[in-house]
Write a protein that binds this ligand. Structure first.
Ligand SMILES: [Zn+2]
Ligand SMILES: [Zn+2]
Length: 340
């Protein structure tokens, strides 16, 4: 079968690799129909993803149709449309034992630490396979995963009905987090430096948007919250200054969700956190969020169609990567289709 392999930074090839076979009783083999390209795939391609090792079959956003299942598999059957959770954990470390397997001490992500889903067929454990109950567009099966990042952010930020939320950054993760927050009954203000992204965010459900290069964010927040200040902030910009700004903008007893993986320090004092008794939480990958996203796709409260900027055949991976590199502001999600 064919798969997309990053041999070393900047060297991508369509390679022939053996088709996976059922070995364990809970193995499931999926014929991949759709894969989403993520910022971290770009990082593996251009050598800036510090977590990746080479060579690597990339892709952690992928889904398709079940081809075959092991003898003990009961939750899926051949022909089912599914999305695959790329998070692989040990099951017995502290984090796993308390139900936080997405930060397992020996965490592996398919497509990053081990081979991933940009291939014609993929094998995964039954526990990682999540079924669609309706007949869903095959090209969208691969973009459940980015919305699971949005669900995890909402769970970590305890975003509920009636919450007022500021999401900094209207890229794909910001948009996914916004749609999940709306689904949870919150009202959402989003910021960005690019007007087109904010227009898109508005069309996808954001209540208010702020072009921070031209408008005063604090004034807009004051209006949005009747002078209370903002109780929940999600920072998808992920630079030291955006983290500092979140701590400054949050109202007393506020909650801040950070998702950045950069190692640059921010200047935040203990007093900044203590005085307002802020809750600052990290959110990484997803902790069993796939079924919630599939439910949202099927009931229409989450809209993957609008996230998808363009589709490419997987063999044109270089064109897709070049599109993202040259027009980053125009792209929310590029989807690869796995067909001849
Ligand atoms: Zn991703
Ligand atoms: Zn573990």
């Amino acid at each position: 079968m064919k798969a997309i392999k990053v041999i070393e930074p900047f060297k991508v090839e369509i390679v022939d690799v053996p088709k996976p076979e059922i070995e364990k009783e809970d193995d499931v083999i999926v014929r991949i129909t759709s894969g989403g390209i993520c910022g971290s795939d770009i990082g593996i391609w251009n050598g800036t993803n510090s977590l990746a090792t080479y060579p690597r079959l990339i892709g952690h956003e992928f889904g398709g149709i079940v081809e075959s299942v092991g003898s003990a598999v009961t939750s899926v059957k051949p022909g089912d449309k599914v999305a695959v959770d790329p998070v692989v954990s040990c099951g017995h470390c502290y984090a796993c034992k308390i139900g936080r397997h997405n930060v397992c001490s020996t965490l592996e992500v398919m497509g990053v630490h081990r081979d991933g889903g940009f291939a014609e067929y993929v094998k995964a454990d039954e526990a990682n396979i999540h079924v669609f109950h309706k007949d869903f567009d095959e090209s969208l099966l691969g973009i459940v995963e980015p919305f699971t990042i949005g669900v995890e952010i909402n769970r970590r930020g305890q975003i509920h009905e009636g919450d007022q939320v500021l999401i900094m950054g209207a890229g794909p993760i910001g948009i996914c987090a916004m749609q999940v927050a709306k689904r949870n009954g919150a009202s959402v203000m989003m910021t960005d430096l690019v007007k087109e992204r904010l227009d898109k965010a508005l069309s996808m459900g954001a209540d208010e948007v702020v072009l921070v290069s031209e408008e005063n964010l604090e004034e807009r927040i004051n209006k949005f919250t009747n002078g209370e200040g903002i109780p929940v902030i999600v920072d998808t910009v992920c630079i030291p200054s955006s983290f500092e700004q979140s701590v400054q903008l949050a109202c007393p007893a506020g909650r801040i969700v950070v998702i950045g993986l950069k190692n640059q320090p921010s200047s935040i004092t203990m007093a900044d956190i203590t005085k307002k008794e802020l809750t600052i939480v990290g959110s990484r990958l997803n902790n069993n969020c796939f079924d919630e996203v599939i439910e949202g796709f099927e009931d229409g409260s989450l809209n993957p169609q609008d996230l998808m900027t363009k589709t490419y055949n997987y063999k044109d991976i270089m064109d897709a990567l070049t599109m993202i590199k040259e027009h980053p502001q125009d792209v929310l999600k590029i989807v690869l289709k796995f067909e001849d």
